[in-house]
Design a protein around this ligand. Structure first.
Ligand SMILES: Cc1ncc(COP(=O)(O)O)c(C=O)c1O
Length: 573
């Protein structure tokens, strides 16, 4: 008999299957269970038809680059599900769904390199261990990715001709040149070269509007919020609550009460896991996540699964890195209590079919959280039209400060959840006998939050709204297509993540070079990309890698940045 003790390291999927089969013979393998079963409250929804496909409202102003020298955008883009809010629009290109042949099929990994195991058939009873505990079990828990010893000296400018393209590229209300000049750090020189910031997946840069707003706050408004009769308390409270209203409007929530400020996506997911989901869990209950998840959308669920005896089930992806919807549907059983899934993979860039993921979860009476950390800066989101139960994101991924993030939750769900942290600000009245906590959203905002950073987040979202998110989306899509086309010409490159519907990420491997060496060589040209496991080890390992090089795009990246990347790669590839 397999026991949990001899699996106390990091067990393999096979070991877990074995264990799960032995422990839960009636649960495992029941993946094709009834699709009509509806779990009991509070995860039960009344009306499956509540999943609507409301029309997106924003109008595309204009984002098509003008002029011959920028005509790299194909007219045959895959506009499949371009916007999270889905639905009908008067713009014909918003409604067309092309089943195109994958243009990057030559980059697909060999089928023989992919594991045979179908994660959809596995339920994980996760064990979350300290390093010491894992070492005691003599298991390797961390695969080193650094080959070390790479020495790269600074490289001189690769002589990109100055291009006026940035002035002729219009993205909503601004030109690309104007947008670039809004971000002071883009004028930095790194190792003697202009900075090419392609590490947006890790964090984005801040526009002057955000930097100035923070200075203004500290120069004119700084005070603690909600607790003071004086003028500055009123100013800071107004600024903070106004930021909440801006977030509400930016993501299309119906009320500011549905917006909770937290430190970032990680804290947001932990909040939902502990305050809303954990109290509903019993041994054998199931939480569905996808194989694409960042560790922030895996470990919190493992922790509460371990504490309650729940199990984790995983939506598999196909060879391009897109989630397989029919396998997802098969995962639901009468024990399914919650789904947590990313909107955009932080490694592969896959844009997941969130409308369908939400609709299917609701059809089974199950609530769902969408991790918007990697979508929020790139794809227009309307949580009301999407009908997601929770949507979470970090400010620093969308040109706002670090230390601030958002939980959007439907009002009735936030109201039914327990408080997450206890302390000041979240209470209405305290005696030693009993405490009455505040209404939402303050119920979840114990202690002094990152007030200035919330205000900065408001400034970042206002900045983007003034440009127009649909135009941002469209511009980045074109830039991504250009980048993929250009990167194909680099000898020995393998793109990792080839889904048709992609955003921002351009992960790759380069023959003959460690990822770290590629990163260092690019840095010598002033080009910043991330290397490593990107906090998404399960999906990388699924594709047979421990690490990749990952450039990631954002609104201010120009075709020149792509050219610089490709030219730099070609100096050694
Ligand atoms: C998809 C995804 N989810 C969650 C996170 C965690 O975000 P944070 O570190 O801001 O909490 C990240 C960060 O890269 C991410 O890419």
């Amino acid at each position: 008999m397999t026991t949990i003790e001899n699996l106390a390291g990091i067990p393999s999927a096979k070991e877990l299957t074995l264990l799960a089969n032995e422990l839960f013979p009636d649960l495992v393998g029941d993946t094709a269970a009834s699709t009509t079963a509806v779990p009991s409250a509070p995860t039960t929804l009344d009306t499956p038809d509540a999943v609507t496909n409301a029309a997106g409202g924003s109008e595309v102003v204009s984002s098509i680059p003008q002029g011959d020298n920028v005509n790299y955008a194909s007219s045959e883009f895959d506009w499949e599900h371009p916007f999270a809010y889905g639905g009908a629009s008067s713009e014909p290109w918003l409604n067309s769904v092309q089943i195109a042949e994958n243009p990057y099929s030559e980059f697909l990994p060999d089928e023989k390199d992919l594991p045979n195991e179908n994660p959809a058939s596995v339920s994980y009873s996760p064990v979350v261990l300290s390093k010491t505990q894992a070492q005691e079990n003599e298991r390797k828990i961390d695969a080193p990715t650094s080959l070390g010893g790479d020495r790269v000296t600074n490289q001189s400018n690769i002589e990109l001709p100055y291009s006026s393209r940035d002035e002729s590229i219009r993205i909503g209300s601004k030109t690309l040149a104007q947008i670039r000049s809004d971000f002071p750090i883009l004028s930095e020189k790194i190792n003697g070269n202009p900075l090419v910031w392609l590490d947006n997946g890790a964090t984005t840069q801040r526009p002057k509007a955000v930097i100035d707003r923070l200075s203004y706050y500290y120069e004119h408004e700084n005070s603690n919020v909600h607790r003071g009769a004086h003028t500055l308390a009123a100013r800071s409270t107004d600024a903070y609550e106004n930021a909440r209203n801006i977030v509400r409007d930016f993501i299309g929530a119906s009320s500011s009460e549905e917006i909770v400020f937290v430190r970032g996506t990680t804290e947001a997911i932990n909040l939902v896991a502990n305050a809303y989901v954990k109290p509903t869990l019993e041994p054998g209950d199931e939480i569905i996540v996808s194989i694409l998840e960042h560790h922030a959308n895996i470990v919190p669920w493992q922790l509460i699964a371990q504490e309650t005896g729940a199990v984790i089930k995983v939506i598999p992806c196909d060879e391009t890195g897109q989630l397989i919807l029919h396998e997802y549907e098969k995962l639901f059983t009468k024990r399914t209590k919650f789904v947590a899934v990313t909107h955009v993979s932080n490694v592969l860039g896959t844009v997941t079919p969130v409308e369908e993921l939400v609709a299917i979860a609701h059809r089974h009476g199950v609530r769902i959280l969408v991790d918007g950390a990697q979508s929020i800066a790139h794809i227009p989101v309307n949580v009301t039209a999407l009908d997601t139960d929770f949507f979470v994101f970090s400010g620093h991924k969308i040109f706002a400060p670090t230390g601030i993030g958002v939980v959007y939750g439907k009002k009735e769900l936030l109201e039914s959840a327990r408080p997450y942290h206890g302390g000041g600000n979240m209470i209405a009245d305290v005696t030693f006998e009993r405490t009455i906590y505040n209404a939402i959203p303050n119920k979840f905002e114990a202690g002094t939050g990152s007030i200035a950073d919330a205000v900065g987040l408001g400034a970042a979202l206002t900045y983007l709204s003034e440009i127009g998110m649909p135009c941002v989306f469209r511009w980045e899509h074109e830039l991504l297509q250009y980048a993929l086309k250009e990167m194909k010409s680099v000898k020995g490159i393998t793109l990792v993540g080839t889904a048709l519907n992609k955003a921002s990420a351009l992960a790759f491997k380069l023959d003959g070079y460690s990822d770290e060496e590629v990163g260092k060589r690019l840095d010598a040209y002033g080009i910043a990309v991330r290397t490593g496991h990107h906090c998404a080890q399960p999906v990388l390992r699924h594709f047979g890698y421990e690490s990749v090089v990952r450039p990631t795009l954002a609104i201010y990246n120009s075709p020149d940045d792509i050219d610089a990347l490709v030219k730099a790669l070609k100096t050694f590839a």
